[in-house]
Design a protein around this ligand. Structure first.
Ligand SMILES: [Zn+2]
Length: 319
């Protein structure tokens, strides 16, 4: 692992050593499955889909170190893009998102079964058999800017139901993913309305804040509790107490794609601002004003560095 001479400002969370989990017990590196021997669902908590999203590595390490075991069904804990994680450099902390390409845009059959190769595709092809057999998935992520944590539930009712059952973070976003390629969250049965399999992606806030680890652990425990895979005593020992706030569900309707080199927001948006008036000005793209298309428009995941061709922000309705 590289250590830069000077950490990027704001980097308070650093990688942890996950080499103990390399061998695993599945024949696939960095994937461990615990089998209760009793009937029940096969559930999976996955970290490091993006190599610089460190909180997931900390959360799984926490679960391993606390001897998490399923009381029914099976529990798989996996670290996905370890090759990218191993390149993490605190002086350049955004650079280790992936090695060759985004692991989370590869999850359609034609890409997985195609002839193209990359480090991430090799890893995806190795992990595919596991993602293909688990019943329920929690995929742990974090984001480029300090902003509220959220669950991304996909576009099916079952994803929303899973997010509601997890109960926290407060914000839940229903979206169809990215034109650039399918996410793990939307892979195969997870996005098939006829299948009972379900998945949620949790964005635990800013990559390099220690609070992201707390959110990743809490969300994992809530996910496992909902599915009845871990004992009540394990949950009680590790899950923070407190009342849940009602969740806010946002259905993404539009994505603002940046067209010019001169895109700028009219002010700093943190995410989940609800703009009551239709046609509220939110940004300029060169000379082109960007306005909200309807009343009570919610801004989702404003970009850190607006770049042409990328999504500046998603727009949604309370749902
Ligand atoms: Zn991510």
């Amino acid at each position: 692992m590289n250590t830069g001479t000077e950490a990027h400002p704001g980097v308070r969370l650093l990688p942890c050593d996950i080499s103990a989990y390399r061998e695993g017990n599945t024949g696939i590196e960095y994937i461990t499955t615990f089998d209760s021997g009793l009937p029940g669902p096969h559930v999976m908590v996955n970290a490091l889909t993006h190599g610089n999203e460190l909180c997931g590595a900390h959360a799984l390490t926490y679960l391993f170190e606390n001897d998490v075991r399923p009381v029914r069904g099976r529990l798989t804990l996996s670290f996905a893009n370890v090759a990218a994680y191993e390149t993490f450099d605190a002086a350049n902390p955004y650079a280790s998102r992936f090695v060759d390409e985004d692991f989370n845009r590869l999850w359609d059959q034609s890409t997985l079964e195609g002839s193209r190769t990359s480090q991430e595709l090799t890893r995806a092809r190795a992990m595919r058999e596991v993602f293909g057999v688990v019943d329920h998935l929690l995929d742990i992520h974090s984001v480029d800017l300090p902003q509220p944590a959220m669950l991304l539930a996909g576009q099916r009712a079952k994803g929303r139901a899973l997010a509601a059952a997890i109960g926290k973070p407060r914000h839940v976003v229903m979206d169809r993913g990215h034109d650039a390629g399918k996410r793990v969250r939307d892979f195969a049965a997870f996005d098939d309305p006829e299948s009972p399999s379900s998945a949620c992606l949790v964005e635990c806030g800013y990559h390099f804040h220690t609070e992201a680890t707390d959110i990743a652990i809490e969300t994992s425990l809530r996910f496992l509790r909902h599915l009845g895979v871990v004992s009540d005593s394990f949950v009680d020992a590790h899950l923070p107490q407190g009342d849940d706030e009602p969740q806010v569900f946002v259905e993404v309707t539009d994505a603002v794609t940046i067209k010019s080199d001169e895109f700028r927001f009219v002010r700093t948006f943190e995410g989940f601002e609800t703009l009551p008036e239709e046609s509220t000005l939110i940004a300029h793209d060169g000379n082109h004003p960007i306005r909200t298309p309807y009343p009570d428009c919610v801004l989702v995941m404003p970009a850190r560095e607006p770049m042409p061709g990328k999504t500046a922000v998603r727009l949604g309705r309370l749902a």
